[in-house]
Design a protein around this ligand. Structure first.
Ligand SMILES: Cc1ncc(COP(=O)(O)O)c(C=O)c1O
Length: 400
């Protein structure tokens, strides 16, 4: 599941600085020190800001946070992130292994469906294994050794702006839904996982979901030691009522005598990532079109999946020259969006798109054989470090 950002980028916020206001981002300008485009830029200062909010939630509520690797798995940043998060959660054996090898802390292993071999492999290092269904739990429990087990519950209540990303949509396969079935295996479980939110920036909506869980699942909660409330809560957003959030989490933990976990992905990296590209060509039909050295489908896939325009981070405020900014794949709809520029665009101009951290780098692909953007970290001292590059050999190896 993906959770693209629907809100306008807050890059240009002029709100007074509060502990929750993201530090302003310095959009890179052209210069000899700039790596070749395209590249993803990850801003460590902004990441640290989000990480500190996560730490605050931990301190005030007791809720532990594990990073959802499906959203963000740039492991060169794990040494910093692991100082503020309790570990990782995963959607597959490979993600679980990456979390165990590179992040440390607690490794939660979840998958929509495991093979026996995967369960045996993951049991060697996972701190918790979370099954998606009662039938998988029954069939594979025997291969898990002494690893504490959890079960994902489908609570039949959710908050998701897109049907595609709604874990509780009709006929959803995500989580066990039948209370009698769940009761029949509760003796094997040390925890339960409820992931039913996507891009939820509303505290009242979160509180309603928690009230529902309180009300409908209290007898199950009484039997377990830990409860994961999943991801999809945008609690690092500016103006999110952190005090109320922490109070509600602490109250839930106390009422049910459980350790609460959160599985943030997007909330960890919101506002931290950019895709830097350069204009390669300017054409007209009948309006002006600028083609850049990247593509939406290979490099910002969620925009296509959820039919969203990109957010331009450079060239703000907008000017009076309109352009369609398009990618260089063969897909007719490979379009980043329509933007206004202060001056006419020309080949070589640098453009940066925001919201390129979560569900972006993890989804990049080799469509059309385009160069894969390098991964660059802007360190806290503002130096740029190219932490990964990709070349023709990587492309060739990905095919056969
Ligand atoms: C089980 C589970 N946990 C956590 C997450 C992370 O959600 P987000 O990145 O929206 O916080 C997801 C996203 O799909 C998920 O499926």
């Amino acid at each position: 599941m993906s959770s693209p950002r629907t809100q306008p980028s807050r890059l240009w916020d002029t709100a007074p600085a509060t502990p929750q206001t993201l530090p302003a981002v310095a959009i890179l300008t052209d210069g000899p020190e700039l790596p070749p485009t395209p590249f993803y830029l990850l801003d460590e200062t902004r990441l640290l800001h989000n990480l500190k909010i996560i730490q605050t939630v931990r301190e005030r509520s007791g809720a532990k946070s594990v990073l959802a690797l499906k959203c963000f798995a740039t492991w060169k940043l794990f040494p910093l992130m692991s100082r503020y998060l309790d570990g990782t959660t995963s959607s597959s054996l490979y993600e679980a292994r990456l979390g165990h090898e590179e992040f440390g802390g607690e490794t939660h292993a979840y998958s929509v469906a495991y093979t026996q071999q995967e369960i045996e492999a993951v049991s060697a290092f996972a701190d918790k294994i979370i099954f998606n269904s009662v039938s998988q739990l029954q069939r594979l429990r025997q291969y898990t050794g002494t690893v504490p087990l959890g079960l994902r519950i489908n609570p039949a209540i959710s908050h998701a702006p897109y049907d595609l990303a709604d874990p509780c949509r009709p006929q959803s396969r995500l989580g066990a839904a039948n209370l009698t079935d769940i009761q029949s295996v509760i003796e094997h479980l040390s925890g339960l996982m409820f992931h039913c939110q996507c891009e939820n920036d509303s505290f009242p909506a979160f509180a309603r979901i928690l009230d529902h869980i309180d009300e409908h699942f209290a007898p199950l909660l009484a039997s377990v030691e830990w409860v994961s409330l999943g991801g999809g809560i945008l609690f690092t957003d500016p103006d999110y009522p952190l005090d109320k959030f922490c109070q509600r989490l602490a109250q839930f933990a106390a009422r049910h005598q459980v350790q609460v976990y959160l599985e943030p992905g997007e909330a960890v990296v919101a506002g931290c990532g950019f895709l830097y590209t350069r204009v390669l060509d300017v054409t007209r039909n009948p309006t002006d079109i600028a083609i850049v050295d990247a593509g939406v489908e290979p490099h910002m896939l969620d925009l296509l999946i959820y039919r969203l325009p990109a957010t331009l981070a450079s060239h703000q405020p907008p000017g009076k020259h309109p352009y369609q900014i398009a990618g260089r794949t063969c897909l007719a709809g490979d379009i980043f969006g329509e933007f206004h520029f202060p001056q006419p665009l020309k080949p070589g101009d640098l453009l940066a798109f925001a919201d390129a951290a979560g569900y972006t780098i993890v989804k990049k692909n080799w469509f059309n054989g385009l160069p894969m953007p390098a991964i660059v970290i802007r360190r806290r001292d503002h130096t740029l470090e190219v932490v990964q590059t990709f070349n023709y050999t990587d492309y060739k190896r990905s095919l056969s």
